[in-house]
Design a protein around this ligand. Sequence first.
Ligand SMILES: COC(=O)C(/C=C/C1=C(C)CCCC1(C)C)=C/O[C@H]1C=C(C)C(=O)O1
Ligand SMILES: O=C(O)CCC(=O)C(=O)O
Ligand SMILES: [Fe+2]
Length: 361
Amino acid sequence: MAPVPISPIKVGHIDDVQELRKFKPNIIPERFIRDIQERPTPATPLISSSDIPTIDLSKLLKGNKDEILQLTTACEEWGFFQVINHGIALNLLENIEGQAMEFFRLPLEEKQKYAMVPGTVQGYGQAFVFSEHQKLDWCNMFALGVIPDFLRNPLFWPKKPANFSNTVEIYSKEVRKLCKNLLKYIALGLGLKEDLFEEAFGVAVQAIRMNYYPPCSRPDLVLGLSPHSDGSALTVLQQGKGSSVGLQILKDGKWVPVQPIPNALVINIGDTMEVVTNGRYKSVEHRAVTHKHTDRLSIVTFYAPSYDIELGPMPEFVDKNNPCRYRRYNHGEYSKHYVTNKLQGKRTLEFAKIIPTKNSC
Ligand SMILES: COC(=O)C(/C=C/C1=C(C)CCCC1(C)C)=C/O[C@H]1C=C(C)C(=O)O1
Ligand SMILES: O=C(O)CCC(=O)C(=O)O
Ligand SMILES: [Fe+2]
């Protein structure tokens, strides 16, 4: 029998938003215009951004019980918090931001040497596009798998700017330490042994994604990044200095803006933590909006279990009042599922959800 040809993904023409902004500043192509119900309404003024908790890592490291409690509350009630005194040197935050901006400012032909193949997530372009009819985000992305080595494709590591790759390496090591520390205190806050999550995740996968949102003449019609939850265990997000406010999180059915605190990092709980805690901690849907006059950069690190790992709700979170909500699965399979579906709220996590019965685990 003749082999069945694998149909290539047809994504149609994807405009580069930086080029659009440069050459046709007042044109918004149809593919970027969201259906009315998806358009970003002005963020709610009722919940102020300062309500998003701030956690001081230096206090956690001293074993400050009150700070551990604040962390636990932040994870349970918000799924998002900003971390200050995180131990990552200010000049490293500035360097990675500088390198990312230098990269995005390169001529299109240079960036396209690292063009993302449709249906994949590494390189330069728009990830998570799978059809010609799908709405596009007002964003240029550049993403790299960093750890373990098998995720790295040297062809995607840019030669320009000259210090880009080295800065990503140094930055990623520091962010990894931060994730390990946070997971330790998240475990302690839950009354668990400090290395429970780290042991459960194996050699964690780590990836970096830089998102650049140019200004948009009609920020009311487009989204910078579609609503989604992250498939990671933890995500660490650095917002560029002087960037416009753009990140919004869905809290009690309303979009709440995250006001950047200078030099702080935004942390969020990803799908993996929702599964292992059997829903006690939830991955929170978030999106990015654009601004009429200001551009925005975010540098995002995804920290996730090894692809070999089988995951499911940990027994510590399951009892007769909290029956198992998620099935066991292999994280490599989840990762494949995640990157082969468009970003659509928390839909990706349906992969793991089970219909409640008495003894599901
Ligand atoms: C919005 O989420 C993502 O873009 C994302 C992608 C991560 C990845 C890369 C940019 C390159 C290497 C592969 C990898 C999938 C890790 C989120 O990462 C999360 C999602 C899953 C699942 C995961 O393991 O990390
Ligand atoms: O740019 C932002 O603030 C959001 C980025 C994000 O959610 C992501 O890259 O997964
Ligand atoms: Fe995200």
